[in-house]
Design a binder for this molecule. Structure first.
Ligand code: ATP
Length: 614
């Protein structure tokens, strides 16, 4: 497995950014941790040196005096510090990690919210990066800082012990250093392989998570059971897990061999040193204290060197992981913003699509191929067409989730590109075909349509009444405060059947409609298949209410049930990416085109149903 590389300039930029995040998130904690790391680095060297001095004094035959007592106290205090310091560092580090996680997460979501369109979010490569950034974003700064501080500690311990060894016996000092060099080289190689493995495993992990979610999650539960897919997905999940484990095992074996051999080499050198120091002490060339100092210094040097290499490896890994986060944070805006956005005026004339061409990316086919359409202010336009004709795509362009590749969409003559998208959307209301059921209370589910209405129960109820769901919500165990989910419960609430409820598909659609109706006063209301989940009576009821609600206002209605759109001021048929027909219901019927054919087909279906014996 070849190791992934990060260009040096990029690595330095990431290191600065990651350390900057740590400093901004927890300046005091980071400074305290640095101080503690320095103390932790010098403590073992001090303990070893003081032990040698005490032993030398004791074996030197001089009577005990105050200086020996002082050495003893110094040794006790330093040894105690050696015990306490790791715990203190552990606490400070956890505080720092929590602060960094909060800051990293806030910045990540701020960056995602800066993407006002959908292009980047729908790009699979960006999604992949985003997932990785969500999972590992905090590891960059925390791992980098933790290991940089660890490296400071290791460097201090290493230089302290090496200094002592070189003073004591330069030969042994150099021997220990030489014995550590192969370890250093091998560790660096292993580190690179481990980083490569972590990145390689990300893909396995995501697929493993996907299959696991299918098995345990509610959304797929019905199909998994009905189609008997449990074993199939389970096997796929285990394949991914096996794949991961095989990669890990290969590296673990390599590490085992390398570390075993290098451990033996290190032990050999250390053993030779012990023989030398003991012989020298027996011959009077070294003291008993020197022997103890040597015995402490050899593992100290080897440990510090190993630690240092491990820390550099972890820093390398942290920088690579930070790359995902950095790229998400630095993502360019997905929709060009005008240097100075024009204010969005109330709609007076209408919205005009002029020769609009659109495809989701150059890799995708054209969806819209020169659409010319005018949505007059104050009128209801219905958009119909076969599955995949591009109706929802046109809606997304009106909301400026994307820009047309060619042509323009004009709001009272001004290109939508000249507006700030957030301000434009303030003037729109919409109920999307794939509306979102939120695991929140009924009131919150509606209020999300206009957060200003959060504390205005009358407005929420009025919207619910218009969507025909007020009665059902009032009858819930806790009325509008009832949670429309059973996911977030713990404690006594878990067993309380009143705590949360599950709505039917049609009821959810009405809640989504109520959310949309909170914005019924906006300049344009878009309803994409608002009644697909409603029963026939409810659908009729809804469209009657809609007509009253939207009288004199601009709306765009999409529906496959042509009976529901027959009263629209204009009906537009989208086919092959263009406007194929346009007119009032009677005109289109008389024209005998695609609309007339579809309408007749649907009407005949109803008539035949009615005529069929029950
Ligand atoms: N995010 C996307 N990325 C790529 N292609 C897409 C995306 N969304 C839709 N499409 C494609 O664009 C075409 C038009 O889809 P769209 O959803 O606009 O059709 P529609 O008329 O609303 O269909 P339906 O009546 O089934 O809701 C389809 O071929 C679809 O596969």
């Amino acid at each position: 497995m070849t190791g992934p590389r990060l260009a040096p300039r990029r690595a330095v930029r990431h290191a600065r950014a990651a350390l900057g995040i740590t400093w901004r998130a927890a300046p005091t904690g980071t400074a305290a941790d640095l101080l503690l790391a320095i103390l932790a680095g010098v403590t073992p060297v001090l303990v070893a040196a003081l032990t040698k001095l005490v032993l030398d004094r004791l074996s030197g035959g001089r009577p005990a005096d105050a200086s020996l007592a002082l050495l003893g106290v110094g040794l006790a205090v330093t040894a105690a510090a050696g015990v306490v310091l790791p715990h203190l560092r552990g606490y400070v580090e956890k505080e720092r990690i929590r602060a960094v996680s909060r800051l990293v997460r806030r910045r990540l979501y701020d960056a995602v919210l800066r993407l006002v369109g959908l292009v980047r979010l729908e790009d699979p490569e960006f999604q992949d990066r985003l997932q990785a950034a969500q999972q590992t974003g905090h590891l960059g700064p925390t791992q980098l800082t933790g290991n940089a501080l660890g490296a400071v500690q290791s460097l201090l311990a290493l230089s302290g012990f090496l200094g002592v060894l070189l003073v004591l016996s330069p030969t042994i000092g150099l021997l220990v250093l030489a014995a550590a060099l192969p370890t250093l080289w091998m560790q660096l190689r292993l580190n690179r392989a481990r980083v490569a493995m972590v990145l390689h495993l990300e893909h396995f992990q995501r697929r493993d998570f996907f299959f696991a979610q299918l098995l345990v999650g509610v959304p797929a539960a019905k199909e998994v059971r009905l189609f008997g897919l449990g074993r199939f997905f389970g096997d796929r999940m285990l394949d991914e897990l096996h794949g991961m484990h095989r990669v890990e095992q290969r590296l673990d074996r390599r590490e085992l061999w390398a570390q075993g051999l290098l451990g033996l080499l290190g032990a050999g050198v250390a053993g030779a040193g012990v023989v030398y120091t003991v012989t020298a002490a027996a011959g009077g060339r070294l003291t008993a204290g020197d022997v103890v100092l040597y015995l402490a210094a050899v593992p100290g040097v080897q440990g510090a060197l190993g630690g240092l290499v491990g820390q550099f490896g972890a820093i390398h890994q942290a920088l690579l992981l930070f790359d995902h986060y950095d790229q998400v944070i630095r993502a360019e805006p997905d929709l060009p913003a005008p240097p100075t956005a024009r204010p969005v005026p109330p709609l007076r004339d209408g919205i005009e699509l002029r020769d609009v061409w659109f495809r989701y990316s150059p890799r995708h086919p054209w969806v819209l191929r020169g659409v010319d359409l005018f949505l007059p202010a104050g009128g209801t336009t219905a958009l119909v067409g076969l599955n995949g004709a591009g109706k929802s795509t046109l809606v997304k362009l009106l909301c400026r989730f994307y820009d047309p590749e060619r042509g323009t969409i004009r709001w009272d003559g001004t290109d939508l590109r000249e507006f700030d998208p957030a301000e434009l959307r303030q003037r729109l209301g919409a109920v999307f075909q794939d509306f979102m059921p939120y695991d929140l209370s009924a009131a919150e589910n509606i209020a999300l349509g206009d957060l200003d209405a959060r504390d205005d129960p009358d407005r929420l109820r009025a919207a619910a009444r218009q969507a025909g769901i007020d009665e059902a919500l009032t009858a819930l165990p806790r009325g509008y405060d009832t949670l429309l989910t059973r996911i977030f419960f713990d404690g006594p609430d878990r067993d309380d059947p009143q705590a949360g409820v599950v709505l039917s598909g049609g009821q959810w659609q009405r809640v989504a409609l109520a959310r949309g109706f909170l914005r019924a006063d906006r300049d344009l209301l878009i309803l994409d298949e608002p009644s697909s989940g409603l029963d026939a009576e409810a659908e009729h009821d809804l469209h009657t209410r809609l007509r009253e609600l939207r009288r004199g206002r601009t709306s765009l209605l999409i529906s496959h049930r042509l009976n529901a759109v027959r009263d629209a001021d204009t009906i537009v048929v989208l086919a092959d990416g263009r406007i194929a027909e346009c007119g009032r219901h009677d005109e289109l019927l008389a024209a005998g085109g695609g609309y007339a054919r579809l309408f007749t087909l649907q009407a005949r279906g109803y008539r035949e149903d009615a005529a069929a014996p029950v």
